[in-house]
Design a protein around this ligand. Structure first.
Ligand SMILES: Cc1cc2nc3c(=O)[nH]c(=O)nc-3n(C[C@H](O)[C@H](O)[C@H](O)COP(=O)(O)O)c2cc1C
Length: 488
């Protein structure tokens, strides 16, 4: 069974320390009750509140919080969470040097494989432990400069909400402990369990479509079960039914008429029975996409759709993107990639900007993500689909080499490969093949995109179809050869 330790230190925020304990025990109960995911449902984790000497923790106001163990009594654990501290008289995070023994203890457990998390100014203790050196991390914007000043070798991000870098989790804001608790649950027990925990503990309302920060990223985009028992029942029936479900069948299962079902759903959530059923099924599909590696085709039936086309249509409608793109997006989200990008240029603005600017280009424009396996394409503009003949569904999520088909023995490919490995800009012309098999000559320019701190974020690819030019050059070459043979 997993063990999560709450590191209680005098001067921590009492609400954060006891809040963490509350949210984790509520989460634990919700996971056990929901039986999700099956393998960790019976005993997902235990929570141990501890302090340096095993004595009760006192916050700045003098309130005292009992603990179960001393730090040294904890031999092994899977995660340690450090809550935020009360600010000192100058409004800054307190001096961490008195906590040097605790810092060493954190370092030891990290080296043994535990996840170490800091909330708000608790991040400073991770700095004291040397755990932030060379790591991407975040803290409250107010303490950003202070963190960099105290721990010169941190790779601090400006205003990111939560970042995990190699088992070190940092979160911004004194009350970020909710985000941290859910993140730890997600890491230890999986996305399904985190979703159950979030839906029960914080996800009271359905988050806005596409919202992907903090608690919303874990909360199921389901209806508010508390608002209507009828809705909750309807949702449960749709989720639990294996076979396809029509409005008529749902009405029957709810012991009501189709007409009443229609009226009640309209009243409660403004949806028709069909829309309601599709939306719940898309929610199931989202979980399946996040938690399994099965190809999209194989998830169609498990999500409760009759065929792939209707599944893809419904998925696009509710998730705002194709299933394969969603899988990549969700993976990037869990690695905080979306948030890193947000640091520089708000993600939504970027995607809107990309779409409006690049769709108007005549050339193909693509973005590939080097942090995902095999550097797949995560964005392609419309001209790229026109040049290649492939739909976005067939492009997103794949390495672009599929355009070379069987024609892999090309000098340009080797140069391209090296430049990508070395993160350098490169331009080559390759023989590529459209979906219908027709050859075209692709002048490809690849530019690595770095953030302000020099981290590679994406590769930008610009594709020019230079078939006419290549053809003209070939003809000129031919003519020249003929002329030469005449004059010889
Ligand atoms: C952003 C980006 C766009 C790319 N676009 C193409 C393309 O349009 N056509 C192509 O043949 N290769 C393209 N590539 C190159 C291949 O993905 C791959 O890097 C290349 O074939 C060398 O790797 P390989 O030898 O493993 O195939 C692109 C790469 C990146 C990073």
């Amino acid at each position: 069974m997993r063990k999560i330790v709450l590191a209680g230190l005098n001067e921590c925020l009492g609400s954060a320390f006891s809040g963490l304990s509350d949210i984790l025990s509520l989460a634990r109960r919700a996971i056990v009750r929901a039986g999700a995911p099956a393998e960790s449902a019976s005993d997902p984790f235990i929570v141990v509140a501890a302090s340096p000497d095993g004595e009760a923790v006192r916050d700045r106001s003098g309130a005292s919080f009992p603990v179960a163990a001393s730090f040294e009594a904890i031999e092994t654990c899977d995660a340690i969470i450090v809550p935020s501290f009360s600010p000192d008289a100058n409004g800054r995070p307190p001096d961490m040097s008195p906590f040097s023994a605790t810092a060493a203890w954190l370092r030891r457990h990290h080296a043994r494989g535990a996840l170490i998390a800091g909330c708000g100014s608790g991040v400073f203790l991770l700095g004291e432990a040397g755990l932030l050196e060379g790591r991407r991390c975040t803290t409250s914007w107010r303490d950003y400069e202070e963190l960099k000043q105290r721990y010169a070798r941190v790779d601090a991000a400006w205003s990111a909400r939560l970042i995990e870098d190699r088992r070190v989790v940092t979160a911004a804001g004194p009350f970020s402990w909710i985000d941290v608790a859910l993140h730890v649950v997600r890491t230890l027990c999986g996305a399904d369990a985190a979703r159950v925990a979030a839906a029960f503990t914080v996800g009271e309302a359905a988050p806005a479509k596409g919202a992907h920060h903090g608690q919303n990223s874990y909360a199921a985009t389901t209806l508010n079960a508390g608002a209507s028992a009828f809705l909750a029942d309807a949702e449960r029936i749709v989720r639990q039914s294996d076979a396809l479900m029509s409005a008529q069948e749902l009405a029957r299962a709810l012991l009501t008429s189709e007409r009443t079902l229609h009226r009640k759903l309209k009243q409660a959530c403004g949806e028709s029975p069909k829309t309601f059923i599709d939306r719940i099924r898309v929610e199931t599909a989202r979980t399946l996409l996040e938690t399994s590696a099965k190809p999209v085709k194989e998830l169609v039936a498990s999500a409760g759709f009759a065929d792939e086309a209707s599944f893809r249509r419904a998925f696009r409608r509710f998730a705002g993107m194709a299933p394969s793109a969603y899988r990549i997006w969700a993976r990037a989200r869990s690695q905080n990639k979306g948030q890193l990008f947000t640091l520089q240029k708000d993600a939504e603005v970027v995607s809107k900007l990309l779409t409006t600017i690049f769709d108007a280009c005549v050339n193909g424009v693509t973005l590939a993500d080097p942090d995902l396996e095999d550097t797949p394409i995560i964005y392609a503009n419309r001209p790229f689909t026109r040049i290649t003949g492939y739909g976005l569904d067939e492009i997103i999520g794949r390495n672009c080499r599929f355009l070379q088909a069987e024609d892999r023995d090309q000098e340009g490919r080797q140069r391209l490969r090296e430049a990508i490995l070395n993160r350098e800009q490169v331009e080559v012309t390759l023989r590529n093949y459209r979906k219908d098999g027709a050859l075209f000559h692709n002048r490809l320019n690849i530019t690595p995109l770095f953030d302000a701190d020099g981290h590679l974020l994406y590769f930008l690819g610009v594709q020019y179809d230079v078939s006419n030019q290549v053809q003209a050059e070939l003809e000129i070459g031919d003519l020249r050869a003929k002329l030469l043979s005449l004059t010889e």
